[in-house]
Design a protein around this ligand. Sequence first.
Ligand SMILES: *[C@@H]1O[C@H](CO)[C@@H](O)[C@H](O)[C@H]1NC(C)=O
Ligand SMILES: *[C@@H]1O[C@H](CO)[C@@H](O)[C@H](O)[C@H]1NC(C)=O
Ligand SMILES: *[C@@H]1O[C@H](CO)[C@@H](O)[C@H](O)[C@H]1NC(C)=O
Ligand SMILES: *[C@@H]1O[C@H](CO)[C@@H](O)[C@H](O)[C@H]1NC(C)=O
Ligand SMILES: *[C@@H]1O[C@H](CO)[C@@H](O)[C@H](O)[C@H]1NC(C)=O
Length: 473
Amino acid sequence: MSALEMATTPPLPILPLPSFSQLKWQQRELIMFFHFGVNTFTDSEWGSGGENPAIFDPVGLDANQWVDTAVEAGVSLVILTAKHHDGFCLWPSKYTDHSVVRSPWQNGQGDVIRELVNAATPRGVDVGLYLSPWDRHDRRYGHDLPYNEFYLAQLQELLKKYGSVKEIWFDGAKGSNATNMTYYFTDWFSMVKELQSSINIFSDAGPDVRWVGNENGFAGSTCWSTINGSSLAIGNASIMDYLNTGDSKGRDWLPPECDVSIRRGWFWHKSQSPKTLKQLLEIYYNSVGRNCVLLLNVPPNTTGLISQEDVQRLKEFRKAIDTIFSTNLAENCLIKASSIRGGKEGGFGPQNVLDNDHLWTYWAPVDGDDGDHWIELRVRDEGLRFNVVRIQEAIGLGQRIKRHEIYVDGKRVVSGTTVGYKRLHRLEEGIVRGQILRIRIKESRGVPLISSIGLHFDPFWHPDKRYTKRQGI
Ligand SMILES: *[C@@H]1O[C@H](CO)[C@@H](O)[C@H](O)[C@H]1NC(C)=O
Ligand SMILES: *[C@@H]1O[C@H](CO)[C@@H](O)[C@H](O)[C@H]1NC(C)=O
Ligand SMILES: *[C@@H]1O[C@H](CO)[C@@H](O)[C@H](O)[C@H]1NC(C)=O
Ligand SMILES: *[C@@H]1O[C@H](CO)[C@@H](O)[C@H](O)[C@H]1NC(C)=O
Ligand SMILES: *[C@@H]1O[C@H](CO)[C@@H](O)[C@H](O)[C@H]1NC(C)=O
């Protein structure tokens, strides 16, 4: 091969990096939670553990309807509460009789996890499971050895019987009066990794996905996928801010997941109704638009179906997202950058930010160049008109950007910090018109690598300037 034919090599990564499964998870953007169990029938959020299994009778349960709802919302992973704090198991566990076995539903022959897996598999949707560590029913709770053995036994049932499980959720929630006990997390996590090769473990503290520190669905406006796992603990309320923003110096790739419910409660309650489209979009911009995955809870009702109002709202939500983002107004722009790794023919030119690959093709400036990195989009004919700017980093080589600014015709419209997998800026001044858009990277770990840029028009965005100023958003 002659020197002329040899391609320019990609730049070195900046550690830590995501694992294969973490990258897959990040690209899902929107995933769905199903909170379902005895609480659905007692109109409560935390059961006591003393519920009679006879109350569990979702006569019309149809997991196909749940998964169809998820698919229509653009969701590729659904997570079910296999056991919540009340200890009632949605599958026929061998290790307790506090389960569907003692319910009238399908004459005690039913298995909600099986129903979900059977519905999800043919639709190409992945499944995740939630197994509450806090168990208010089981008498072994509070006795370290027997309870941990019991918990591990159930974990093995869940991870051996139902095929591939892509996420397991360890909830740190626990009542203030609950008996103290030690969970053998190290054993649990090792067992999970042994039984499932492509699973991500979620807990307040990872090890694969971390909690974002609140249940509103809002990540910090600075949001690093990196953090020091050693500074985290499961169930420690004093680390919320650290979880919310991450750590630019973090040693671990441990990205945040934003869990929030479409209704006020996690379980279905007759008295509650779904959030408005405006609220859901606010959540979307503050989660997916801040480098996070949004885990949206949609609780099945007592019939065993997702309520029509929720189905309808999710349709509107998906339609709105598609309306906003299916057109990239930057598509036909002329594009140039401060410098290009390997020169014009090296494969790292700025035109890479306009293709459909948002991970492995990217603009890379020249290495070791600490100067002013910028990328500029210019329209050929009539001006641009937009109110949302999307920027994505090539996170496969590490999260890098610390500070960035956006200018339209020389006027600064955004002053931001992190970018990560995806950053969405809804412009505070509303619709902006102009001919030249410049993104300046003011500070980064190594050179910035930008994989995608979009200019979008969001017809639902009507900023109230006084309001946004007050809220600091
Ligand atoms: C905890 O116990 C105290 C004293 O028995 C009681 O007053 C309080 O309501 C309990 N709190 C919860 C959350 O159950
Ligand atoms: C559990 O332990 C914590 C910290 O040691 C203590 O403050 C709390 O009172 C204990 N709770 C119970 C129910 O024993
Ligand atoms: C919770 O985290 C804070 C801050 O890192 C730490 O000082 C404290 O010791 C932790 N508490 C527990 C119970 O782990
Ligand atoms: C995280 O770890 C890095 C590297 O050891 C360190 O520089 C940084 O200060 C740590 N962050 C916190 C918040 O302790
Ligand atoms: C549950 O939702 C379905 C529609 O998806 C509806 O037909 C049914 O009446 C609902 N059940 C209750 C108790 O509201």
